[in-house]
Design a protein around this ligand. Structure first.
Ligand code: AMP
Length: 401
């Protein structure tokens, strides 16, 4: 299939060509005609499938052919600032030769951007790409022109619910007209997403693009380890080989900061990115990493989804991610676009049962590597024992309260 078979306007086709897309991806082939026809959609599609353009292209096309007025036509709600910026960049590229306008609206970027957001929202930019909290702050002020909105897109919906945004999403929707087209994209469709879909979508078409399995070309290895050995092992792994681009994921802000400090102390060129940093610093660090000026980045899960960084040599999971989906998203940051990548996961005693659940989702065990001699011996991998120990611990701490 070719892009010109969708019936897109010449100026939109020009944008697609300029951005370098030659043929539509499978999700685009399936989703674009349905959106053009006006259907509501619930789609399970992961990052990397081309889902962003799958909703942006038909929305730009529809706005191009609708009446010109100063109202917001489409709102895209996303979980993180980074994703909002990235989608807006896609939007700017694809719509470059058209008259369709857009703006990213996200928190943490200071007063001057609040006033430019205010201007765009009150003058009616065509497409708003926003994080929930910031959008509500604007809506509360009463100047946002959403009364004639036609399209609502919820992207990474499962992530938004995990982050506790359900109420915020419903609040934003309460400002919108009933009669609109709704598109929901989610990596997974658990029950709570079905519930959200029932509340928001009307008679949706359901599309499922590829099950969530990591790419075959990622070499996955796990190290079973005591907590105290984790930092020495990371240092060892980073010094063992000349690596151009390493992304280390931590589950908490505090372990992200701590690891960043420890690695810096040992002379490595490393930065940490987490939600305590202001947006400008986060953008600067991310840009340096993308441009290869910075080779090691320590981050929380804000970077595990949606963010498109090419060609990372190595992913290190400093902590075992919360679930299989997060694991797949994290390691999916490497081996993009047919290249090969490595993903190491460090498993302490408490995390063993969680890792076993992730392996069950993957359908096969991840090979466990012997620790280097310099690090010493680690514990045995015994997830059942770890599960029982965690249960005992939970019971004990429950009794204390
Ligand atoms: P996404 O899943 O939307 O995050 O897209 C993943 C990557 O694929 C991004 O770098 C897009 O620019 C790229 N992409 C999206 N659609 C196409 C296409 N039809 N051809 C080539 N690359 C694409």
């Amino acid at each position: 299939m070719k892009f010109n078979e969708f019936g897109f306007s010449p100026e939109l086709l020009e944008g697609i060509q300029a951005i370098g897309y030659e043929t539509p991806t499978p999700v685009q082939e399936q989703v674009i005609p349905l959106i053009l026809e006006g259907n509501d959609i619930i789609a399970s599609a992961q990052t990397g499938t081309g889902k962003t353009a799958a909703f942006l292209l038909p929305i730009i096309q529809k706005i191009l052919t609708s009446k010109v007025d100063e109202h917001i036509k489409a709102v895209v709600i996303v979980p993180t600032r980074e994703l909002a910026i990235q989608i807006d960049q896609h939007m700017e590229g694809l719509s470059y030769f058209t008259s369709v306008s857009s703006i990213a609206v996200y928190g943490g970027s200071g007063g001057s951007s609040f006033s430019s957001e205010k201007q765009a929202l009150s003058e009616g930019a065509d497409v708003i790409i926003c994080t929930p909290g910031r959008m509500i702050a604007h809506l509360n002020m009463g100047y946002v022109k959403v009364s004639e909105l036609e399209y609502l897109i919820l992207d990474e919906a499962d992530r938004m619910l995990d982050m506790g945004f359900f109420e915020d999403i419903m609040k934003i929707i309460s400002y919108m007209p009933e009669n609109r087209q709704n598109l929901l994209f989610s990596a997974t469709i658990p029950l709570k997403i079905r519930e959200l879909a029932r509340k928001v979508l009307k008679d949706p078409e359901e599309i499922s693009i590829s099950i969530a399995k990591p790419a075959e070309n990622i070499m996955q290895v796990a190290f079973v380890i005591y907590d105290t050995q984790k930092i020495p092992l990371v240092k060892y792994l980073l010094s063992a080989k000349q690596l151009r681009s390493v992304l280390i994921f931590c589950s908490t802000k505090s372990s992200t900061k701590q690891l960043g400090i420890e690695l810096k102390k040992s002379g490595l060129a490393v930065e940490a990115i987490h939600s305590d940093l202001d947006q400008e610093t986060r953008n600067k660090v991310l840009r340096a990493f993308k441009n290869r000026k910075l080779s090691i980045l320590v981050a929380t899960d804000i970077l595990s989804r949606g963010i498109d960084i090419e060609d990372i040599d190595l992913i290190i999971n400093y902590d075992v991610p919360n679930d299989g989906e997060d694991y797949i998203h994290r390691i999916g940051r490497t081996a993009r676009a047919e290249s090969h990548g490595m993903a190491f996961t460090l498993i302490n005693e408490k995390e063993q049962s969680r890792f076993a659940e992730i392996e069950a989702l993957l359908g096969k065990p991840v090979p466990k590597a012997k620790l280097p001699q310099a690090i010493g011996d680690g514990p045995a991998f015994n997830p059942r024992k770890s599960r029982m120990r965690n249960q005992r611990f939970r019971k004990k701490s429950f009794r204390k309260h």
